[in-house]
Design a protein. Structure first.
Length: 293
């Protein structure tokens, strides 16, 4: 069978360090940009439909374009690796947590330095969740505590400690005062942010819960599990209105499921979720049937 051949013209934009633009590479090829980070990227979150924010081992926070891959802003101020980043969608505020035990707030269109600091945890900060209006922030740490902050003043509005509650992830329920939290104690908790009290704890799983996410309608939450050799490593769907038990499980990864997320739903598409794993795979699932896409 003969090889298909076609002529390729070279017409790709390259951005030089001095800001000038040159043309190189084949037409239609992705634009090449300098990396936003100089070491491993540890966290990424949506900032706007066209922008994302990321944190890395290089201690920096970067705001980049989803489409072009270009880094638009880079913030440096942490003393150690950035562990989590988040932002309220369509907000100009970016939040980052670090192994230096602090959380910082950055203004997308402001100065290069942080606009607010949130010190108070005794160990690495491993969870961040910001309210939809970006006025309040919840943080979690391996020091077994969850804290609530006023983002304008930096004041700590509450602090709750639970034995062995090594926080792995936090996410805010859209339109509600509730925050979902996963932990190394194998549980998923629902916090009422108003009094910073646990409103509900889902039945404990057999493995560490590594990540969580909430559907845009605020009805369901996901949690993902650690695992190895095909044991554990599942994602679990919970109904936030009927909190007696799990709704569905998604099994198929062979190593720890590191993250889970609800995918945006199109008008003709069934609701879907995606999971990533230490087994080097990303899987997309039908939310209702647990079938893989």
């Amino acid at each position: 069978m003969g090889k298909l051949q076609s002529k390729i013209s070279f017409h790709t934009t390259k951005y030089r360090a001095d800001g000038s633009v040159g043309q190189t590479g084949p037409a239609g090829a992705p634009q090449q940009h300098s990396p936003a980070h100089t070491d491993a990227v540890t966290s990424v979150a949506a900032l706007r439909p066209d922008l994302c924010v990321s944190g890395g081992r290089d201690k920096s926070v970067a705001v980049s374009s989803w489409r072009s891959g270009a880094a638009l802003r880079r913030f440096i101020g942490h003393e150690r690796e950035v562990t989590k980043v988040t932002s309220a969608l369509d907000s100009n505020r970016v939040f980052s947590a670090s192994r230096d035990k602090t959380v910082k707030m950055w203004e997308l269109h402001g100065a290069s330095g942080p606009s607010q600091h949130f010190p108070g945890h005794d160990l690495v900060v491993t969870g961040l969740a910001v309210s939809p209006d970006a006025s309040q922030l919840c943080t979690g740490s391996r020091d077994n505590t969850v804290c609530k902050w006023d983002t304008e003043t930096g004041e700590c509005l509450g602090r709750a400690a639970i034995s062995r509650n090594l926080v792995t992830h936090l996410c805010w329920v859209p339109g509600e005062p509730y925050v979902i939290q996963t932990s190394e104690d194998k549980t998923t908790r629902v916090w009422d942010s108003r009094g910073l009290q646990v409103a509900h704890t889902f039945p404990a799983k057999q493995h560490i819960q590594t990540c969580c996410d909430v559907s845009q309608d605020g009805r369901y939450c996901l949690s993902s599990s650690s695992g190895s050799a095909g044991h554990g490593a599942e994602a679990t769907l919970w109904d936030l209105r009927q909190t007696r038990g799990r709704v569905c499980e998604y099994r198929g990864h062979f190593q720890t499921t590191t993250s889970c997320v609800f995918l945006p739903r199109g008008p003709a598409l069934a609701p879907s979720i995606a999971t990533s794993s230490s087994d080097s795979t990303v899987k997309v699932w039908d939310q209702d049937t647990a079938g893989r896409g």
